[in-house]
Design a binder for this molecule. Structure first.
Ligand SMILES: C[S@@+](CC[C@H](N)C(=O)[O-])C[C@H]1O[C@@H](n2cnc3c(N)ncnc32)[C@H](O)[C@@H]1O
Length: 280
């Protein structure tokens, strides 16, 4: 099934009028493909979909979840996490308090990766972790910190690369057992983060399209990885400005591996390694 330009615009318009969600500044390609799948999976045409959007707020939440991409993993892109460990967190270690914001945290694996590193560096206690997403379903999953084991065996490889090995010194090896942070139950097909980790973050719904800083603190570090790739140029600019305004002068931003700051906000940051350092 293909969705015509007109049908796509009708859908975006209906969502904007009947809910708080505004996808008009998202890049069209991925959204349109996903919308086609939503129509097939729910056995609907565009007018019946729009009718349900107008009548049923729970259905809207489900649709929003289905048209956004929530893929994530523990220590996704391990080389980035090695950089976060050895070049970012190591420089924040003398701060009396560290504030970190995960914008677009999805089901939380990025947040748990951060807390595991902070704990290894004895920084967890003095760090405040804020994790936000547009989608409340994925955030409820994040709060629980429980994932399938069989689909996610790769998490353990990533953990080894980031937590056990030191890319700067191959002779160094930290023999940290996974059980220090999560329980693996192969018979139940479960990886479950320990309660000390699940209880720590402040999880809050936040929409990068329209919300300002509703966390009311400034940040030393903001992670917004694999989120802006779905936004158009104007929306990306809005988000970079929001981050710039809410970082401390010494603060920095980490984007997804293939994401870059382009346009007027680019001069406000200096790229070094895997991070954008605020330029004030
Ligand atoms: C691909 S996931 C990225 C997860 C994680 N940051 C990572 O890199 O592994 C993208 C997340 O961005 C969220 N998202 C999309 N639009 C958003 C918006 N306007 N405001 C906040 N989050 C948004 C989605 O709900 C989804 O959970």
């Amino acid at each position: 099934m293909t969705v015509s330009e007109q049908e796509f615009q009708l859908f975006i318009f209906a969502l904007k009028n009947s809910s708080t969600y505004d996808f008009s500044q998202y890049s069209e390609k991925s959204l349109r493909r996903r919308l086609a799948k939503v129509l097939i999976d729910n056995n609907l045409n565009i007018s019946s979909l729009i009718k349900r959007i107008k009548e049923d707020t729970n259905f809207v939440e489900k649709i929003v979840k289905d048209i956004t991409v929530n893929t994530t993993e523990l220590f996704r892109d391990p080389q980035v996490w090695q950089y976060i460990r050895y070049s970012i967190l190591s420089k924040l270690k003398d701060n009396p308090v560290i504030n970190i914001w995960h914008a677009g945290c999805s089901t939380g694996q990025e947040v748990y990766s951060m807390m595991i590193l902070l704990s290894e560096m004895n920084l967890l206690e003095k760090t405040k972790i804020y994790a936000t997403d547009l989608n409340t379903d994925v955030m409820n999953h994040a709060r629980k910190g429980q994932y399938k084991f069989r689909f996610n065996i790769g998490y353990l490889d990533n953990f080894d690369k980031v937590v056990k090995e030191n890319p700067l010194n191959y002779e160094e090896y930290f023999d940290i057992p996974y059980e220090k942070y999560f329980t693996i139950d192969k018979s139940k097909d479960i990886i479950k983060m320990h309660d000390e980790l699940t209880k720590k973050p402040v999880f809050k719904k936040h929409d990068l399209v329209k919300d300002n800083n509703t966390l009311y603190v400034k940040f030393d570090l903001i992670l917004c990885r694999n989120v802006i790739i779905y936004f158009n140029y104007d929306l990306q600019n809005r988000v970079f400005e929001l981050f710039h305004d809410n970082l401390y002068d010494s603060g920095l931003l980490v984007l997804g591996l293939h994401e870059t700051i382009l346009g007027p906000q680019a001069v406000k940051f200096n790229k070094k390694g895997h991070a954008y350092y605020k330029n004030h």
